[in-house]
Design a protein around this ligand. Structure first.
Ligand SMILES: Cc1cc2nc3c(=O)[nH]c(=O)nc-3n(C[C@H](O)[C@H](O)[C@H](O)COP(=O)(O)OP(=O)(O)OC[C@H]3O[C@@H](n4cnc5c(N)ncnc54)[C@H](O)[C@@H]3O)c2cc1C
Length: 371
């Protein structure tokens, strides 16, 4: 039985583990966090990715935990409504579309629940040695082990990418916006509703989550190359406090919540662009190889589709190089279409037609499974 080590247990990792399991591979997943990570905003499953969750047998489970947003408002510093829409939201696009919007951690929980594998939490890969016949992997905590293949599903700041392909700086394209997301109380008593507030320099938003029992706060601002380490939460919180100080509306309550939120998440909106997604016995899937950024609205769907295609192509042949080449040939036009959405969205915002066209921009075949 061929063995595969996957780094990262968010969306791409468990989705790949699920499909590799069904194709008869022995799968190990290593995740740096101590357990399944909480947090993240509402993300979208749309287009071809809807077929993937359907074939995984979880489309109904995903739909059952949909955010079911009804619309959004923009308010002024006093909270007075300036504009409202019941046709679209900033996070999910058009309300009446077949897309499913779900919190990232709810989707990850569903995927982890159906993807049996050996999960190793609280550890990370420190070295990868492609020995030709297998890959010797060294970990921070666990003993070194050999695997037939290694796949990086470890996101925008992928460790596997750094080890097998080189510096992040060669591949990352910052889009000039930073975004923080965190859980907070539903202080506005929102009912499946999003509320946004903008000044010339910052944007803040609150939307209700999990049947209005809680909310997610969003704080965004323009900037590039802040030089803050993506794991330095204190520096990130300090930067937000400085930038949002005295901004008005509910921002002070949001900053207070941000400081104590257990799932605080902050990152640059950025894309990963690479000429190839494999090197020897190592490959990348999801944000690690082709992050679209929250601005594309397609990062999660690309991760689900990429995991499906990569596992399917590996199931077809023992020649991993041929499988990686086929995965790349099928995925690259889809990825490029989705990554360019960011430009097309800003040209004519919001461009729902372009979004649906990109989301459906790959025709998926059914790969026969053994289990
Ligand atoms: C906590 C969190 C919050 C997010 N919030 C948003 C959001 O608000 N909006 C948005 O559009 N996207 C967000 N994302 C990204 C979004 O999940 C992805 O764009 C998309 O779903 C594709 O997922 P992925 O599995 O490829 O990457 P990710 O979801 O980024 O998952 C990468 C996984 O790899 C793990 N990891 C990282 N480094 C290592 C390492 N060295 N060793 C082992 N494991 C490692 C991470 O902990 C994470 O679980 C968030 C991701 C995370 C992890």
């Amino acid at each position: 039985m061929r063995s595969v080590l996957i780094s990262g247990a968010s969306v791409a990792g468990p989705a790949l583990a699920y499909w590799l399991g069904r194709h008869g591979f022995a799968v190990t997943v290593v995740e740096r966090a101590e357990g399944p990570r909480r947090g993240g905003q509402a993300i979208d499953v749309r287009g071809a990715a809807l077929s993937v969750v359907e074939w995984m047998g979880v489309r109904d489970a995903v739909a059952a935990r949909s955010t079911d947003m009804r619309g959004m408002s923009f308010v002024d510093s006093e909270g007075t409504e300036l504009h409202r829409s019941t046709e679209e939201t900033l996070t999910g696009g058009r309300i009446d579309s077949p897309d499913i919007e779900i919190l990232r951690d709810d989707l990850a929980e569903i995927l982890l629940g159906i993807a049996p594998a050996e999960y190793v939490y609280g550890d990370t890969i420190t070295a990868i040695e492609d020995r030709g016949d297998d890959v010797l992997v060294t970990f921070e905590n666990a003993e070194p082990r050999g695997f037939d293949l290694v796949v990086g599903a470890d996101g925008l700041h992928s460790r596997v990418r750094a080890l097998a392909f080189g510096d992040e700086g060669d591949y990352i394209h910052h889009l000039g916006v930073y975004l923080a997301v965190f859980t907070m109380d539903n202080i506005l008593g929102l009912d499946h509703w999003q509320t946004y507030y903008r000044t010339e320099t910052v944007m803040a938003g609150i939307y209700s989550a999990r049947a209005n029992t809680e909310a997610r706060g969003l704080l965004g601002f323009e900037g590039t190359d802040l030089g803050i380490d993506h794991r330095d939460l204190r520096a990130q919180r300090d930067e937000l406090t400085k930038r949002f100080d005295g901004a008005g509306w509910k921002v002070q309550e949001m900053l207070d919540a941000m400081l104590v939120a257990p799932d605080f998440y902050f990152d640059s909106m950025a894309q990963i662009k690479m000429d190839r997604w494999s090197s020897g016995r190592v490959a990348l899937v999801g944000d690690a190889g082709y992050c679209g950024s929250p601005m594309s609205g397609q990062g999660t769907s690309m991760a689900l589709v990429g995991a499906y295609v990569l596992a399917g192509e590996l199931s077809r042949t023992d020649d991993h190089a041929a499988a990686f080449a086929a995965y790349e040939a099928k995925m690259r036009p889809f990825v490029e279409l989705n990554q360019t959405l960011v430009e097309r969205m800003s040209e004519q915002e919001p461009n729902h037609e372009a979004l649906q066209e990109a989301a459906n921009g790959i025709s998926l075949e059914r790969y026969p499974t053994t289990r």
